[in-house]
Each structure stands twice: as structure tokens, then as C-alpha cells.
Design a protein around this ligand. Sequence first.
Ligand code: GLA
Ligand code: ZN
Length: 683
Amino acid sequence: MISRKFPKVLYGGDYNPEQFPKDIWDEDMRLFQLAGIDIATVNVFSWALNQPDEHTYQFDWLDEVLNKLHENGVYACMGTSTAAHPAWMARKYPDILTVTADGKKRKFGKRHNSCPHSPTYRHYATAMARKLAERYRDHPAVLLWHVSNEIGNRCYCERCEQGFREWLKKRYGTLEELNRAWYTRFWSHTFYDWDEIVLPSNLSEGMGGGSDQTAFQGITLDFYRFNSDSWLDCYLLEANAIKEVIPDAMVTTNFQGNGTYKPLDYFKWAPHLDVAALDIYPENHTPESYMALRYDLMRGIKDGAPFMLMEQTPSVINWKTVNPQKRPDVMRLRSYQAIARGAESIMFFQLRRSLGAYEKFHGAVIDHVGHEHTRIFRECAELGQELKQLGSVLLDARQPSKVGILFDWNNWWAVELGGGPSAHLKYLDQVQHYYDAFYDSRIPVDVIHEQSDFSQYEIIIAPLLYMVKPGMAEKLEQFAKQGGTFVTTFYSGIVNESDLVTAGGYPGELRKLLGIWVEEIDAMFPDQRNTMVLNAPLGALSGEHPCSLVCEVVHPEGAETVAVFGSDYYQGSPALTRNRFGEGEAWYAATQPSREFIRSWMRRLCEEKQIKPLLDVPAGVEVTKREKDGVSYVFILNHTEKPQMIALGTGRYEDLLTGRSLSGDQELAPKKVMLLQLTSESK
Ligand code: GLA
Ligand code: ZN
């Protein structure tokens, strides 16, 4: 959808010319040209500049910037400047200031500092978005709109509290219903009046210790939902203001936390964004599969549509204890990794390095030295030229996949709200653990959500499906019945959407599908291990394999036992089961198998479904495939420090990055990438 407007994979990033004297702007334009930059995200943190007081708006500086960008062939990704409010506004209207989970009213400072229920914030942010839209409606530089920046914090002020009560009234209708959902007879919590309800903060339900743990999971879950919705409302106020003026405007905002930002349910947000966009800040040692999962999630968030990489650093970040440089070629390699998984923009924070305040040492395309003769600039410029040459060839290419990994924010929240078998049980870890099996095998995966069409997949994995929402069990049963292979893990099927346990035996609503009853859940300390002993070979697997974290006491109720525990009082009881269900089957891992085990197990499941790896390549080499108009584009990325041999077989390919024609065995240098288009099939 976005490709209609994007001429190519966009290249650029955050540009804050307002921090510099104007006489530098022309030099910026010269350097942008040199670097092949064609998009600049502007006006992100300029609320105070744009609105020096309540009644005055001044955009002359922005007119000038936009005109200059346009004259130089650079598009603007138009920020709405509302992610940090002006000091005068905080002084005059303190309702805009947030209250911390410890009940402290904050003073003016930092950014992302507004209360989502502050009338001042809502009014002036919306007014700003509208004014900008009116002013720049017809400006040829503006390609898309970027609401606020990395939206989301939590505020515990009285207005938010009142907002929470209103939200609850809509959700539950009656207090009786709310009391039931929250299980309030526990610890004398029955509410007789809506006004008795307070936010679950560190002053109320928080269990302390800096964790998410809370005394009432139902209350806190609803607060998380409410908070995510509140920010979505704020996003929509601005987005709708823009669209009232420019009906066909493309509007988005940049997702934070590498796309897995816990406080916001991005699946719920996604339909309201014209394109999904994420900021990604891995460290040098971050495994590549970590980013791969997040990119697949960003693609999944809009059901396979391409997304934008809105921010990455070309070189260093500034906010970790130690901030090493990206090594030569890594920025390029990681940029292609994003494109390989569906990104249609490669953008940096930021284009010119700030001279003052917190981010003066954050990486940028143009360094403090101010000229183009730096390693970072050279690397950026080379990539810029390459992307120019690539043109539009990859725009809107899709990534067909037969495997879906189910992801759910509500479930993530619920798993980690406390009271479970282990505080070491982390939802993202479990999702990553299973994702890695496919990543390692070069088998493409879609990250899917509760509303996805399951019938397009052969295999669906739902790691730690602790919360089963209404209709989910039936949907999964239907999937298996029609021949699908379903896989889930320990600690699944435990609660409903209010975190109330499904009585009558775990895994609750999934019991029929899985054909088991889980009697006990045992937790292990991080260094403890048990083993899984296979009853018969499972693909390449046989014998005994380590497992960890959680072991459950499982009774088969129709399921076949594939592996048993090797020790402890549940020695010999099922550790891995398979239940035939209709035309398909449902697998249950009653423990956390090793990465190697899961890889071989998933390989086996894929073989049964004739799902093949894209290419057989050495470890540390990533492969993806994108398709468009019947043409396949294969990305091969060498993340290792050594040259790797890639066996292309008898097909003949063109490397779109070098123009070379390739077939047979080809060496791929360390940190380099091939982008292959098949030109003729093997005979
Ligand atoms: C985030 C923000 C940017 C900048 C970078 C620094 O992604 O959106 O404004 O602060 O972090 O890494
Ligand atoms: Zn508030």
C-alpha cells in the first residue's frame, strides 16, 4: 500500500536543523545529496519553537526547511512535534505533567512527559497537528506524517484514574461484573462504588522490587489495556486532525522498544496506522535472530505489509553503560537484514549530530567534524547509492510463509504480572526460543495475531499461551481439525482474558485439543536441568536431551507420549506429547527444551509438511526470500567474521547489488550480503 507513494526504499532519518545556525543548512543539503538521502524526519522535538506561547505559532523556520528539502529532492517525514511539551505550558497548565507510579508529581523536564488524559495536552497537541496539516497540506516535500515520537509512558495522576474508571464502566457495565472479573473477594477488595477504584500503582497493588508483579493481575491487566488505549486515543486525535485536512495523508508513528515495547499493544494500534514503523537499537552483540523476529513482527502487525525502519544508529548509541561503534560493514549488513524482512525505509537517528545535551554523542550520519570524510559518512553514502540503484524493485514484495508464530501483548502482560511458577519465565524469551529454530533453519515465519487467518498456515506455534481469550481454543481446534500442526508449551491454557483460572484441569480450554491433563507445574532454578528422553527417534533426534525452567506433571488423555522426563519424582512421565486431532495434530512441550532440540523437532514438523529451508548455508548466514510479480528475491547475509561458501546449485542468479551473474558455489565475504534474483531455473 505504501509503495504507491514510496518511489524506492527510502533513505534518511531524523533531521533537527533547528538545533543549528541556518548557515549550515545548505551544507546539510550538499551532504544529503552525497549520501543519497531522500527522506528527512523533521519537526519531532520543536513544540516550544513552534509555539512560544499560548496564542503564538511560528513556522517560518519549518517553511524554510521544507522548501530547502524539496529543492534538494528530499522528502519530509513530517513530525507533529508533540513528544515533548514547552516549559511555559507545564508552568501554566500543570495538568500536563505526569505522576509516577510512586505517586510523585513530576516537574517540567525530559520528554515523553505529557499525561495522556491531560486536557491541555490533548487540546494543544491536536491543535498543533491540525495547524501543521493546514499549513503543509500542499507542500510537495511532505511524503508522510509522523505523530509525536515513540509514544507511550504510564501516568498515575487523578485524571488518568478517573479515565480508568470510565474505561472500566464501558468494559464491564456493572460493578458486579467487574468484581467477578477481578476476583475481588480475595483480600477484601469488593468495590461498591466506581470511585473506590484506584490505579494499580506502587502505592496500591504493586508488589515492589522494581518488577511488574502486582497483587491483582486482573486490575493491572486492565490498566495496561486502558493505558495502551489512552495513548492510541491521543495518537488518533492527532492523526484524525491531519486526515480531516488531508484525507489521503499517510500517517504513522515510530514504535519503540525494537517493536516489542511492552506497554503498548501494537496489534491493536496497527489498523490505525497507514504503515507500521519501528526504531531498532540492537547492540553489537545482539543476536541477529533478535532483530529478525522484530522485523517479522512489524510485517505481521499489518498482515504481511511492508514496514518502515524509522530509526537506527549509523554508528553508536549513547544510552548504554558502554557504547561501542558498529564495526565496518555492519550498518549496511543490518540495514539489508531489515529490507530482507520487509522494510521499505532505512532511516537513522540522526542525520547531523547534536552539539549539546543528552544526545550529543549519539551517532549520526554527519559527525561533529562536519564534513564527509569519515568512515561513517562513507559507509552511509555507499548504502545510499546502492539503494538508489535498486530503485523500486523490492517495493511491496511479500514473504510467503507456511509457519505462524502467535504473539499476543495481553498474554505477555499476564504471564509476567506475578504469582506464577517462576519470575524467570519471560514471554519474549519463549517466543524467541521457538522463533530461533526457524531462523536457524532458514524457514520463513510470520508473526501472527489472534485475528490472523490461521488457514493460510501449515504450522502454528503459540509459545506460552497462558491466556486463552474467548474463541481462541475453537479457532485452534478448527486449525488442527483441518490438518494444521499446532505447537504449544508448558504454562498454557491456564487463564481467561481476565487472568481467572479455567477450573477443571490445566490446560483448560486447550485440554481437548492437546489431549492431556497437567496436574502439577514445577519450577527450576536457572542453573537446574532435567532431561527429556525420547521414546523413539524424532527426526534427527533420539536419546536424552537437557531441558530447563519448568517441568510439568502431565497425564495423557488421548495424546501420545513422545518423550518423558529423565529424573526427579516425575521421571518417566510425559515431557513432550502429540495429539492427533481431526486431520492434524497438537503438540505440547511440558518443559523448555534446548535450542538444538527445538530446532530438530521443528525441522521434523516442517518436513512432514514439505516445508523446506530456503537454502542450505553455513551457520551465521541468514537467508530470506521476498516475492513480487512472480519474481523471487533471495537475500543472503553473512553475519560471521569469516568468508562463507554459499552453494547456489545449478540455478543462475543475478546479484542485484553487484550486477554479477552467479551460480554454483560462491564465496560470501564477512559481513557482506547478496541480493539474488533468479534468472533461470536449474535444468
Ligand atoms: C529513540 C528516539 C530518538 C532518539 C533515539 C536515540 O529512538 O526516538 O529521538 O532519542 O532514541 O537512540
Ligand atoms: Zn495522567
